[in-house]
Each structure stands twice: as C-alpha cells, then as structure tokens.
Ligand binder design. Structure first.
Ligand code: NZQ
Ligand code: ZN
Length: 408
C-alpha cells in the first residue's frame, strides 16, 4: 500500500428535507451573507431555490444570487460572480445544483480573494492561496464536486477546459437531499452514474499494485451503483436507490477510493480518461461530461490493459464475476494468455454494455465527432496534460489520437 494523505473536511448533512436545514447549518457556523450560485433554471422550476432562500431568511442570513451558469461552466459567469461576491462582501458561496454550479462557485470563491484574473489559476500562471468558504446544495450526483479538491471551468474564447486541484476547493458543507434528484432527466442520471464510476476507475486503474481495502471499497461502490442505476431508471422516485447513488457520487471522488493507490506527490489515479474527455467537452460544450466518459473509458481500457492485466482481472472478478477459463479445471484447451485476454475483453464489454443500457453513447460519432475534429482536441490536451501523461500506462499524444479514433 503506497503512502497517502486523505483529507475530507466537508460536513455532509444527508437525507430527506436536508435542503431546508441549509440556513440553520450555515448560521451555526457563523456565516452571515451568501452568494447563491445556480444553473439554467432547474432549481427554480423545482422550487429548490425558493426553499434555500427561505431557509436562509429564517436563519437571518442575507444573500445575493447568480443564476444562469451553464453545463460545462464558462469563465464569464465566474468573473460575474467574483464581482458580486466582492461588492456584497459575502462570507459563503452557496451553489445549488450540479457540478457546474458547484465548480463555478468554487472558482468564484478562489477568484474573489485574488487580485489578478481568476483564469490565471486554470492556466497555472498562479497558485491559489486562500478562498471564501463554499457550501453546496447538491441536486445531481455525478461530479462529486461537493467533496472534491477540484474545479473545472471552460474558456470558450481559448477553447479550453481546465481544472484547478487544491484542498482549498473542498467545500465546508454539503447538503445532500436525495429527493432533489427525483426530477433529473434520465440522460443526466445516466451521465452522473457513469461519471461516478469513472472517478472510482481512474483510481482503481492507477497502475499501482492492489490495495485490498481500497479495492473492495471501490468495487463495492461500483456494484452498488450498477444495482441502483436501473432502479432509478425504472422509478425516478425510488428514494433508497437515489440515496445510494448520491452517496456513492460523493465517496467516489472525495479521495476515499484512491487511498494507497496513488503515487505519493502525484494525483491518486491515472486521470487520462478525464483528460481526454475534458477536451471533448471543451471543443463542443454541449457534450455532457459523463456521456463523453462512457465512450472514452472503454476505448482507453482496450488500449492499455496489457500493461497490468491483473488489475482488470481483479475488477472483472469483483464487479462482474468474470474469471479467466482455467484450462485444467475447465478441461478447455486454451493458452493461459489467451484466457486472460478473453476475460479482460469480456469485462470491458460488460462495462460498456452497462453504460449503453442506461442510454449513454457507445461511439464518439454519436457525439458528433469525426476524424478532423479529433485532431482539434490534441492541442488542448497538450496544454492541459503535456506530451506524455497517465500512470497506468504512459500515453503520448499519438496514443490519445489512436484512442479517440478507435472510439469513432
Ligand atoms: O442548469 P440547470 O437548469 O440547473 O440544469 C442542469 C443541467 O442542465 C440539470 N440538473 C441538475 N440538477 C437537476 C437538473 N435537472 C433536473 N433536476 C435536477 N435535480 O442537469 C444538467 C447538468 O448539470 P451539471 O451541473 O452540468 O452536471 P454535472 O453535475 O454532471 O456536472 C458536470 C460538470 O462537472 C465537472 C464536469 O467537467 C462538468 O463541467 N466535473 C467536476 C468535477 C469536480 N469538481 O470534482 C469532477 C468531474 O470529473 C467533472 O469534471
Ligand atoms: Zn468526472
């Protein structure tokens, strides 16, 4: 087990009607003035925003608001939020929504106390040193942003989508009310499930040796997500399945699923698939992050598995009950190497079929990509990841091109 440092300082208030406790929770911690950040209207339509405002009013917390944050949030709304936060001297930034509202809020929180332009952090021209605190009311289990150390923002002018990773990004509070997720469209539910499984797999397939405690937590969570997902597709108001998914989404990305699997001093996972997906949703901002991952992850797996087949065999066994044919015990005449390859391929196929069964795409063509467009993804990838990246198998930009093209 590799050395690790695990820091998850967020208080999680989880359960039915938790939304209505946000004001009391913030007042109890001494906050007095909030900047509410939300997306393009779902929380208005569902009444969640009104409930949050009432809860703040009841607790004597003042607020200003910034709505209209789009999926794959853009730097312009971050800059607008920074102005608002400064003008109103807010002491807490309060996103109400999914990863996009949460990430916009995190960037506002870093930028409001920085003299330069907040985009500097994303282009690695400056390192954040302080922030305004962030508390989240989560409406979409997917990004895990409510407890993660990262924040991902798009810049349309530069056609880039870049992340900032720092413990300053970890929210102080996450209000997690599974009933808020009853209204999610099936596509967003499916993309969310894909994203949380991807967060677990990025760590599982770090390339480092097995860590039984972490591997069991990881594979157990993937199994639980795969069990809950069809239930919410069937019945969007299945509270227990929604609750399971919500909590898996958080634990998938707060660092728990990577303990002992990271290389000290580096990130706790491979993260190549996230890198390659972010270029897709930077290029076409209508591409949903989870949908991109549903295509990229299996394609990456088919490219890299021979590097560490044992990790794929462990994942296949724990998640799908797939084991290689044993020539002796099963009385089959097959080379062991070939048997391993078949088992790995069956594992990747099962995973991809699961994503597709939820309504996720199988190919990049379905997401509107073609060969010429793939070429346009590579410069951004180089800016964000360099010429070589990944820990399971180090990839070059040529490998990345090959993976994208194999997924068309
Ligand atoms: O904008 P509104 O109207 O609110 O609608 C949203 C949006 O259209 C809708 N929605 C959210 N909650 C809803 C709902 N509709 C009905 N009922 C509800 N309860 O869903 C759509 C997608 O929302 P969005 O916030 O964009 O989705 P998600 O939570 O998947 O976040 C995606 C963003 O997070 C980033 C992604 O790159 C992407 O930009 N990520 C952030 C991470 C982090 N900070 O740790 C890690 C992830 O890997 C990811 O990169
Ligand atoms: Zn993700």
């Amino acid at each position: 087990m590799n050395d690790f440092s695990f820091y998850s300082p967020t208080r999680f208030v989880f359960g039915r009607k938790a939304t209505d406790s946000v004001g009391a929770e913030l007042a109890a911690s001494g906050y007095t003035r909030a900047l509410i950040v939300y997306g393009q209207g779902s929380v208005v339509r569902t009444g969640t925003l009104d409930r949050v405002k009432k809860s703040l009013e009841d607790a004597g917390i003042g607020y200003v608001e910034l709505g209209g944050v789009r999926p794959n949030p853009e730097i312009a709304s971050v800059r607008a939020g920074i102005e608002l936060a400064r003008e109103n001297a807010v002491d807490i930034v309060l996103p109400v929504g999914g990863g996009s509202a949460m990430d916009a809020a995190k960037a506002i929180a870093l930028g409001a106390v920085y003299e330069g332009d907040v985009w500097d952090f994303f282009r690695k021209r400056a390192v954040p040193t302080s922030r305004i605190d962030v508390a989240c009311v989560v409406s979409l289990p997917a990004s895990g942003s409510e407890a993660s150390n990262s924040c991902v923002i798009s810049n349309d002018e530069e056609q880039l989508k870049c992340g900032v990773t720092t413990d300053l990004n970890r929210p102080v509070l996450a209000i997690m009310d599974p009933e808020l997720t009853f209204t999610l469209p099936p596509y967003q539910t499916a993309a969310g499930v894909t994203d949380m499984i991807a967060h677990i797999m990025e760590r599982f397939f770090s390339g480092e040796p097995a860590v039984p405690v972490t591997d069991n937590i990881a594979c157990g969570m993937v199994r639980a997500a795969m069990e809950a997902a069809p239930r919410v597709m069937e019945d969007p108001e299945d509270y227990d399945a929604r609750a399971d998914l919500m909590w898996i989404g958080t634990l998938a990305h707060n660092g728990l699923a990577g303990c002992g699997l990271g290389i000290p001093g580096k990130r706790d996972g491979d993260w190549s698939c996230h890198g390659m997906e972010h270029e897709l949703s930077a290029f076409d901002t209508t591409i949903t992050h989870g949908a991109g991952l549903a295509v990229i992850f299996p394609a990456w797996m088919r490219h890299v598995w021979p590097e560490h087949p044992e990790r794929f065999l462990e994942f296949g066994k724990q998640v799908f009950g797939i084991e290689p044919v044993d020539p002796e015990a099963d009385g089959v005449d097959i080379e062991p190497e070939l048997a391993i390859g078949y088992a790995v391929e069956a594992t990747i196929d099962e995973l991809q079929e699961f994503f597709v069964s939820l309504g996720m795409p199988r190919t990049l063509t379905e997401l509107g990509m073609d060969e010429d467009k793939v070429e346009k993804l590579l410069p951004g990838l180089e800016i964000n990841r360099g010429k070589a990246f990944g820990t399971f198998k180090q990839l070059t930009l040529d490998d990345a091109r090959e993976i994208y093209l194999s997924a068309l």
